[in-house]
Design a protein around this ligand. Structure first.
Ligand code: AMP
Length: 532
C-alpha cells in the first residue's frame, strides 16, 4: 500500500520559485569587474532565468545538453544556474584558471553547446575557440562587443515559459575535478542530490542561514557548485552580495556597506583580508560567521576570527561530494569548553551533516573499518545521497560494491563524530584553493638537459597554504642553476605553478618499485621552510 501524500519531484525550479514567491524583494547585489554596483532581487533572478531558459530553447538546446559558464561571481551567473536547470539543461561551470589543454579537454568532453563568459575572459575564448569543437554559441555576460550580450540575448524573450519537468534524478550541473593525475573528471549533480545537499547546508550545524542572513560568497561559483550556497541561500531567502573581483579592499568595503553577516571561502581569502586590515590599521568586518574550507584552516586564523566575534565553520568536502561532507559548528559541550579548546575543536574539519556517512578504513587493505576513537587514522570513505557514484561518461562506478567512495584523504574520527584530517593519499599540491599537479611539474622539469631527475612536493606557505618546491638531481657535468630551470618551465606551465624554490640534491628517494617516494622526501625535508 502506498502512502497518501502529494507528488513533489525534487527539482531545482522549486527552489527559485520559492525564493521569488516568499522572498522576492530580498536583494542580490553585484560588484562588477568595472567597479559598478547593481541590484536585483530573487523575483528578478527568476524572471531572468525564465527568459534565459526560453533563449536556450530558441537556440535549439535540448534537455540534458550542457551549457557552460566561464565566469566569476555575479547575478547573471546566478541567473544561469536557474535558467539552465529550468530548461532541463546541465550547467557546466568552467574554472578559468585551468590550462588550455584542460580547458580544451573538459569543454569537449562535456560537449558544451553554449558558453557564457565574462568579458575579462575574452582572451581565453579567442585562444580556445578553434579547439572547442562542440560550442555553437557564445554569449558575453558583460558586453556585446565580441559576442551577443547576455542582457540583450535574454532581453529578446518575454519570459512566458513553463519550467521543463522530469525525474528528480535528471542531471542539472557538472563540475570537473582536476585533483588527481590524468585528465580531469566530470561530476554530474542531479536535481535531487542538489536539493538535498542544499537542505543539509541550511542546518544550524552547517551554514546556519536565516532570513536575515547576508552572504558574500568568496568561493567562486566555478568551484564545486560554490558549496551549494546559491541554492541554500535561495531556500532561506537570504540577501546575496557578489563580487566579480577578489580584491580584499573591495570585499571589505562591500561587507561593511551591505551589512554582510556571512562569508565563505578558502583560507587564503582570509589571509589576504587580514593583511589588508593590518596595513590599513582597520578592524575586521563584524561578520557573524565565516565558512572556511577547501584546505585546512590554520589555527591562527580561527583564533583571530573568533576573537572578532565571528563563528568559524570549518568545512571539508570535495567536488565529488557536492561538496559538503562535514562542517564544524558548536558541539553539544561547546559552552563548557575554554577558548583554547574551542579553537582546537574548530581546527578539525567538523562533523557530517545529516545524509552523509563517514568511515575510516585501514590503509593496508582499504576495507577493514577502524575505530572512531580520536586516535586511529585511516583512509577516509564516504557515502550518501549527494556523493558521487560514477564519473561522467565513465564505464565503471567510482564506488566499491558496498557503496563507499574513497576520498583519497586520511583522517581520524573522534567519538563525537568530529573529523580530523591528517594527510592526503594523493600528492597534488593545493595553492590558494587551486590544484597544482606535482607530476606535471616534474615532467616539465626533466625536459631540461641539465636535469637527471626531479620531484616536486608542496611545502607549507603562510599565504597560499602550499607552494611547490622542486627537488632536482643534476645530470653529470651539468651546472644548471635554479634560474635556468625556472626559465625553462615558464613557457611550459602556468605562471602560478612555477615552484617557489628549486633545491639541488644528490639523490631522490625511491620506493621498491622504483617510483619516487614523496613520503621519504618529505621526511628528509621535514624542517624545510620556504622563504616568503
Ligand atoms: P576539491 O575537489 O578541489 O574541492 O578538493 C577536495 C580536497 O581538498 C579534499 O579531498 C581534501 O584533500 C582537501 N580539503 C577540502 N577541505 C579541506 C579541509 N577543511 N581541510 C583539509 N583539506 C581539505
Amino acid at each position: 500500500m502506498l502512502g497518501a501524500m502529494q507528488d513533489w519531484t525534487m527539482r531545482i525550479t522549486h527552489v527559485i520559485d520559492h525564493a521569488a514567491r516568499e522572498a522576492g524583494q530580498r536583494e542580490i547585489v553585484t560588484h562588477w569587474a568595472d567597479g559598478t554596483l547593481t541590484r536585483t532581487n530573487w523575483s528578478g533572478v527568476r524572471t531572468d532565468a525564465l527568459k534565459m531558459a526560453q533563449a536556450l530553447q530558441a537556440l535549439g538546446i535540448k534537455k540534458g545538453e550542457r551549457v557552460a559558464s566561464l565566469a566569476m561571481n555575479h547575478s547573471r551567473h546566478l541567473v544561469s544556474w536557474y535558467g539552465v536547470a529550468g530548461m532541463g539543461g546541465v550547467l557546466h561551470t568552467v574554472n578559468p584558471r585551468l590550462f588550455d589543454d584542460q580547458l580544451e579537454y573538459i569543454v569537449n568532453h562535456a560537449e558544451d553547446k553554449v558558453l557564457c563568459y565574462d568579458a575579462a575572459f575574452q582572451p581565453i575564448v579567442d585562444r580556445m575557440k578553434e579547439r572547442w569543437t562542440t560550442v555553437e554559441h557564445y554569449v558575453c555576460y558583460d558586453s556585446g562587443e565580441h559576442s551577443p550580450a547576455f542582457e540583450d540575448w535574454i532581453g529578446a524573450q518575454d519570459g512566458n515559459f513553463e519550467w521543463v519537468t522530469g525525474p528528480e534524478t535528471d542531471p542539472c550541473m557538472i563540475c570537473y575535478t582536476s585533483g588527481t593525475t590524468g585528465n580531469p573528471k566530470g561530476v554530474q549533480y542531479e536535481h535531487r542530490s542538489t536539493l538535498m545537499h542544499a537542505l543539509a547546508g541550511l542546518q544550524p550545524a552547517a551554514f546556519n542561514f536565516s532570513a536575515s542572513s547576508v552572504m558574500l560568497p568568496v568561493v567562486p561559483m566555478f568551484h564545486a557548485a560554490s558549496w551549494g550556497l546559491p541554492y541554500a541561500g535561495a531556500m532561506a531567502g537570504i540577501k546575496f552580495v557578489f563580487s566579480a573581483v577578489n580584491d580584499p579592499s573591495v570585499l571589505h568595503n562591500l561587507m561593511i556597506d551591505e551589512g554582510v553577516t556571512d562569508s565563505a571561502g578558502v583560507p587564503t581569502v582570509w589571509l589576504a583580508h587580514f593583511q589588508y586590515c593590518d596595513k590599513e590599521g582597520i578592524d575586521l568586518p563584524p561578520l557573524k560567521a565565516a565558512t572556511i574550507g577547501g584546505s585546512a584552516c590554520p589555527r591562527f586564523m580561527i583564533e583571530r576570527l573568533m576573537k572578532n566575534g565571528t563563528r568559524v565553520q570549518h568545512a571539508w568536502g570535495m567536488t565529488e561530494t557536492s561538496p559538503i561532507g562535514t562542517v564544524g559548528g558548536p558541539t553539544w559541550d561547546w559552552d563548557q569548553l575554554t577558548f583554547e579548546e574551542k579553537v582546537d575543536k574548530t581546527a578539525m574539519q567538523g562533523r557530517p551533516t545529516f545524509g552523509v556517512e563517514l568511515r575510516i578504513v585501514s590503509l593496508d587493505d582499504m576495507s577493514t573499518e577502524l575505530p572512531r576513537d580520536g586516535e586511529t587514522s585511516g583512509a577516509l570513505q564516504i557515502r550518501g545521497p549527494w556523493i558521487i557514484k560514477r564519473y561522467f561518461k565513465a564505464e565503471e562506478d567510482a564506488v566499491g560494491n558496498d557503496g563507499w567512495f574513497d576520498t583519497g584523504d586520511v583522517g581520524i574520527i573522534h567519538p563525537d563524530g568530529t573529523l580530523q584530517l591528517t594527510d592526503r593519499t594523493k600528492d597534488v599540491i593545493k595553492s590558494g584553493g587551486e590544484w597544482i599537479s606535482s607530476v606535471e611539474l616534474e615532467n616539465a622539469a626533466v625536459g631540461h638537459e641539465g636535469v637527471l631527475e626531479a620531484a616536486c612536493v608542496g611545502m607549507y606557505h603562510p599565504k597560499w597554504d602550499e607552494r611547490p618546491v622542486l627537488f632536482v638531481v643534476r645530470n653529470e657535468g651539468s651546472d644548471v642553476t635554479a634560474d635556468d630551470i625556472i626559465e625553462h618551465l615558464k613557457p611550459l606551465i602556468a605562471k602560478w605553478w612555477l615552484p617557489d624554490a628549486v633545491e639541488f640534491v644528490d639523490d631522490i628517494p625511491h620506493t621498491a618499485t622504483g617510483k619516487i617516494s614523496k613520503k621519504d622526501l618529505r621526511d628528509r625535508f621535514a624542517d624545510y621552510t620556504l622563504e616568503t
